[in-house]
Design a protein around this ligand. Structure first.
Ligand code: PKZ
Ligand code: NDP
Length: 279
């Protein structure tokens, strides 16, 4: 992550990661997901002086966002935290949202609270279904990212906006550099033109639109990177492109063997069961 000059010591040395997070307020989207909850646990455990984690969570399946976050903190992932610091939940503040709604459906009071104190944003939320209908994938992976960037610009103390992309955003290329490639289409034009179209028409033209990318997931993740790049002069932005995220190696506890059922369709259909061991 980039550092601001004021975070460097007098001798120009960088603070440790834990020192950097001391007293910081962090906003996380997708905190109930596979990667988000690991991030929440890691920040709480390894950066004990972090001030507050604001989690943007939607109510789901009859559960309020508070119930969902309470359930999450009871899961095995947080066993070590419960032992080390039973009061860790006090650092977590759930904020109600629905990322596909205008202004992310965050209440004005919560917007005020977030804009006055958030220092770092981790944007993990996305639809990761490879076969998500294009309109919905655009709504969540691209338009919600745009809306979160708008919110970020209102934040008075924001130091970093970290966007979780994917190594597969440019999987149509043989060689991928650490750059953002020009978009296959101007995201705003695409969104505007799909808005009035019936879902069935969008479905029919999706293969033409995504071109040589294998699915709507990688296509919309690539468009999201372009949306992010447009704001890069106004915000301090980092883009992470993980590849395939597996089980934990050592922390918070080692998972020695995991069986992954592969039903991915990237370049060819692929079906089978893969055993991954860690030693
Ligand atoms: C040595 C190394 C070699 C490595 C060799 C790898 C080669 C392969 C390369 C591909 C590499 C792409 C890496 C992208 C990395 C990102 O960027 S992250 C994105 C990751 N995305 C995902 O994991 C989502 C994948 N899943 C999907 O998109 C959809 O489930 C599919 C595959 C299109 C299937 O859709 P569907 O036919 O409607 O089926 P769906 O109801 O979704 O799922 C059927 C069942 O499978 C389960 N299921 C679905 N997805 C998963 C999952 N990921 N895990 C477990 N269960 C699942 C569901 O829970 C459901 O279970 P039941 O309810 O039946 O019990
Ligand atoms: N898993 C992997 O191997 C890889 C993942 N990535 C990227 O990492 C990020 C996280 O992926 P992962 O954790 O696996 O995904 P998950 O599907 O496990 O999590 C997605 C998260 O997004 C939230 N979300 C989805 N829709 C909405 C919505 N409408 N409003 C509010 N929140 C919403 C989900 O909340 P809810 O619980 O309410 O559904 C959930 O917390 C993604 O950006 C993905 O592209 C990149 C490379 C590899």
């Amino acid at each position: 992550m980039g550092k601001t000059g004021e975070e460097a010591g007098a001798d120009g040395s960088m603070a440790s990661i834990a020192d950097y997070y001391a007293g910081k307020n962090v906003l996380i989207t997708g905190a109930t997901g596979f990667m988000g909850k690991v991030l929440v646990e890691k920040l709480l455990r390894s950066c004990p002086e972090v001030q507050t984690l604001y989690l943007l969570v939607r109510p789901k399946a009859g559960q309020s966002m508070q119930e969902r976050v309470s359930d999450m903190m009871k899961c095995k992932l947080f066993d070590r935290m419960r032992e080390d610091n039973p009061d860790f939940h006090q650092k977590i503040v759930p904020i109600s949202c629905e990322l596909t709604q205008p202004a992310l459906a965050i209440s004005p009071e919560d917007v005020e609270r977030l804009t006055s104190c958030v220092n770092i944003i981790f944007h993990c939320a996305a639809t990761i279904r490879f076969d998500e209908p294009l309109k919905h994938a655009l709504q969540l992976n691209v338009m919600a990212t745009q809306q979160l960037l708008s919110l970020a610009q209102q934040m008075h103390h924001l130091q970093a906006f970290i966007h979780i992309s994917t190594a597969y955003a440019n999987c149509n290329r043989r060689h991928i550099d650490e750059i953002i490639y020009p978009p296959p289409v101007e995201p705003k034009k695409l969104i505007d033109s799909l808005e009035w179209m019936e879902d069935s028409i969008v479905r029919d033209i999706t293969p033409r639109l995504i071109g040589d990318r294998p699915n709507t997931y990688t296509y919309t993740k690539a468009l999201a990177e372009c949306v992010i790049q447009k704001e890069s002069s106004k915000l301090s932005i980092g883009i992470i492109r993980p590849s395939i995220v597996g089980a934990s190696w050592q922390e918070p506890f080692p998972v020695s063997t995991v069986t992954i059922e592969i039903r991915y369709h990237i370049h060819t259909s692929f079906c089978g069961t893969l055993e991954l061991g860690t030693g």
